[in-house]
Every structure is written in C-alpha cells, then in structure tokens.
Design a protein around this ligand. Structure first.
Ligand code: KIV
Length: 264
C-alpha cells in the first residue's frame, strides 16, 4: 500500500489489510520485499527492542530514530509512526511538534491511543494534512489505569463506550483504527459500524485487517505469549541454534576456514 486511499479502497472492496510492526532497517528491508501491506513503527519498540515492561518509556526521539531506520529499509511501504506516551496530551502545538518529528523521519501517518480529552489534537493533526490512525480497546499507554494488559469491552457499558469512541474517531477524520484485545463480537460490531477500516490485534477475525508485533510473528517471544499471537517461525529456536553452531565452530577451530580468511 502506498497511501491512505488504498486503506479505504481495501475496505470498500472487502480486501483484508496486513500490517506488521517494525523497528529497524534490516527487518524493514525484508518487509519491503514481502507482500505485507503496511508497517507500524509501534511504541512497543520500548518493550520489544529496549526491554522495558511497558510502552511508557517510549519518547518522541526514540520513535523518530526507529521510524527513520525503518524508512531507510522500506522506502516504499506505507509507514505509520506511533505517537508515544503523553506526546499528544500536552496541547496542540506540542502534539504537532511530535507529529512533525515522525513525519520528517519518514512516517506518512501517525497513530495515537484513545480519544477522550484530545479530540482537538486529532482534529488539528488531520487538519494539518497528516493522516491519523486511532487505537481503541486495550490502549497500552493507559496500562496503569487499566490495571494491566487485559481484554477490554467485555461488559456492556465498556463495549458501548468503545463503539461510541470508534464513531468519534471516524467523525474526527481518522483514516483507520487499531482495535486491540476486545472480544471478537465487539471487533465485528465496530468494523460493521464504520466506513474506515479497523485493524485488529486480538480483536477477532472480522476486522478489516490484522496487525502483529513483528518479533511475536517471528517467534522472538518471551515466556508469555498472548493467545492472539501466531508465531510463523520459531525465531528464538532458530537463532539460538545458529549461535550454538557458531560457538561450536569457533571452539573446535572450524571457523573461519581459509576461504573465509584473507591472503597476504
Ligand atoms: O505499539 C504497537 O506495537 C501497537 C500495535 C500492537 C498495534 O500499537
């Protein structure tokens, strides 16, 4: 995908949208060569790359560095930069500075979590000509208010609030939204009620598209793997095996060979 117009066209045509997160140039090169439609430089970088327990440590500077790295590896893929914790909650001018940093780093759109209390910011970003992707359901930047990474919208009142928030995001001009960790029925209900596409992560099969954290998809997971994650390869196992073979080759004098060394 090259533009937001293709997101709308995909929904209109009933074509599913694939999205991955990515944080660095070498994996972005692989994504660029794949069929995957779009890349999100998620603030999950704070957890996946930097080892923090949640996304609250992500900063605009961190996100701009990762966005620029991914853009260099994937020059033509539709790229969304994630606005990190509080960067869009300090008023319109500060939010636009954060947006500018991500767009200058190569993002074609930005994503932000929630809607209540920053409608003006969403309107200002959309009005400035930068496409905005919403994010509802489990919004990890509110992990402390939500008391952990939990499924959202199981109670009728919560579900109704999320449906209403989704409508507000659409009315404010968002081109798409992530639905994270909500029951499948709620994912389907929101998807049916909107003209813009929903991209699910733990939101069931009826969303207009699906996003997975790249490291989860590649099997570089820790001890806890959420049920919505499908690992397509055993990254941990493959890499550990390669490291052990390298270690054995070095220790047994099999690496390097003459062909892997320089003549005088
Ligand atoms: O930061 C992130 O990786 C995300 C996706 C899970 C949607 O927000």
């Amino acid at each position: 995908m090259k533009s937001v117009l293709e997101f709308a066209a995909a929904k209109a045509a009933g074509r599913k949208i694939s999205m991955i997160t990515c944080y660095d140039s070498s994996l972005a090169r692989v994504a660029e060569a794949s069929q995957v439609d779009s890349i999100l430089v998620g603030d999950s970088a704070a957890m996946v790359v930097h080892g923090y327990p949640d996304t609250l440590a992500a900063t605009v500077e961190m996100m701009a560095w990762h966005t620029a790295a991914v853009r260099r590896g994937a020059p033509t893929r539709f790229l969304i930069g994630d606005l990190p914790f509080l960067s869009f909650r300090k008023g319109v001018p500060a939010a636009l500075d954060a947006v500018a940093a991500l767009v200058r780093a190569g993002a074609q759109a930005v994503k932000l979590e929630g809607v209540a209390g920053h409608e003006d910011v969403i309107e200002a970003i959309v009005g400035s000509g930068v496409p905005v992707m919403g994010h509802l359901g489990l919004t990890p930047q509110s992990v402390n208010a939500l008391s952990g990474f939990r499924v959202q919208g199981r109670l009728d009142d919560d579900a109704a609030r999320i449906v209403e928030d989704a409508r507000r995001l659409e009315a404010l001009g968002c081109f798409s939204m992530v639905l994270e960790c909500v029951p499948s029925a709620l994912g389907a209900r929101i998807t049916r009620s909107l003209r813009i596409p929903t991209i699910g992560v733990g939101a069931g099969p009826d969303c207009d598209g699906q996003v997975l954290v790249l490291n989860d998809l590649l099997g570089f997971t820790g001890t806890h793997r959420p049920r919505f994650v499908r690992a397509y390869v055993d990254g941990n196992g493959i890499v550990r095996d390669a490291l052990d073979r390298f270690d054995a080759d070095v220790k047994q004098g099999r690496f390097p060979t003459a062909a892997e060394s320089y003549d005088a």
